[in-house]
Design a binder for this molecule. Structure first.
Ligand SMILES: Nc1ncnc2c1ncn2[C@@H]1O[C@H](COP(=O)(O)OP(=O)(O)OP(=O)(O)O)[C@@H](O)[C@H]1O
Length: 244
């Protein structure tokens, strides 16, 4: 097992508790979705797993090493691309590679081609659309060949069509690299389309209330009936009416 979270909680100095007594595991190559109402601690949980937030209790380990001491290779992608405006697309992808920038250039060019940005390597972020900028963020997250990719609502700011394109792109890249992915999303359809397993959180502080296997084989159809039934289950867990 790659990632193990055991009886973990995160209480901040001001008394806020983001999540409490959370336990789950993730296997190598799995895509695990984290769904839940706003404020139930999903982003904090991702930051904690990444080792950026070290104030948790309980155990969070990657390859049996505590997340707070972890120096494993983890990629992070956010809702917004967070590109450096003064750097080109290519420079943004290799940014943070320190001494390895030069030897990573070929790999960055290759990744940019994979995300559909061949020819845009020397453009600046202001010359890109939102979807293109998020493609750069995908390439940047993958340049270190991370074993775990943490995705915090990576497509939520995009229009529906671009979102679907990038979901498929993510699956294509996952098919090649088989990184373990943890995906925070508010979009249940996206979670059911992409993930092997879903963790449903509820409350404030957030508690893990249900784990749901999405056993449908890939490629999945977006209008699949089995997935639609699973959506009903998730909506009722979250106490939300289905408006479709
Ligand atoms: N640095 C912090 N200091 C104090 N409280 C915090 C801090 N970061 C997050 N919180 C609190 O922790 C709780 C969980 O926040 P978090 O952003 O992890 O939730 P979320 O499920 O990702 O929310 P959303 O779905 O709206 O993005 C919230 O009550 C928030 O106010």
């Amino acid at each position: 097992m790659l990632l193990s979270v055991k009886n973990s909680s995160r209480k901040f100095d001001n008394g806020n508790v983001a999540f409490t007594d959370v336990s789950f595991t993730a296997n190598s190559g799995e895509i695990v979705g984290l769904l839940g109402t706003s404020g139930c601690g999903k982003s904090t949980l991702l930051r904690t797993i990444s080792g950026l937030d070290k104030g948790y209790t309980g155990n969070i380990s990657i390859h049996e090493k505590e997340a707070r001491d972890n120096n494993e290779n983890i990629g992070f992608m956010f809702q917004e691309p967070r590109l450096m405006p003064w750097l080109t697309v290519l420079e943004n992808v290799v940014f943070g590679m320190k001494g390895k920038k030069n030897c990573k250039t070929n790999e960055a060019m290759n990744l940019l081609a994979q995300v559909g940005l061949k020819g845009f390597e020397h453009h600046y972020p202001k010359e890109l659309s939102g979807g293109m900028a998020q493609r750069v963020a995908i390439a940047r997250a993958l340049i270190t060949s991370p074993e775990i990719l943490l995705l915090d609502e990576p497509f939520s700011a995009l229009d529906a069509f671009t979102k679907m394109q990038l979901q498929d792109l993510l699956l294509t890249i996952w098919g090649r690299k088989k990184a373990t992915m943890l995906l925070v999303t508010h979009d249940i359809d996206e979670a059911l389309y992409l993930c092997d397993r879903l963790l449903v959180f509820r409350g404030q502080p957030g508690e893990l209330c249900e784990e749901i296997n999405v056993s449908k084989e890939r490629p999945r159809s977006r209008g699949d009936e089995q997935l639609a039934k699973q959506k009903e289950v998730i909506l009722s867990l979250l106490n939300v009416e289905n408006s479709n």
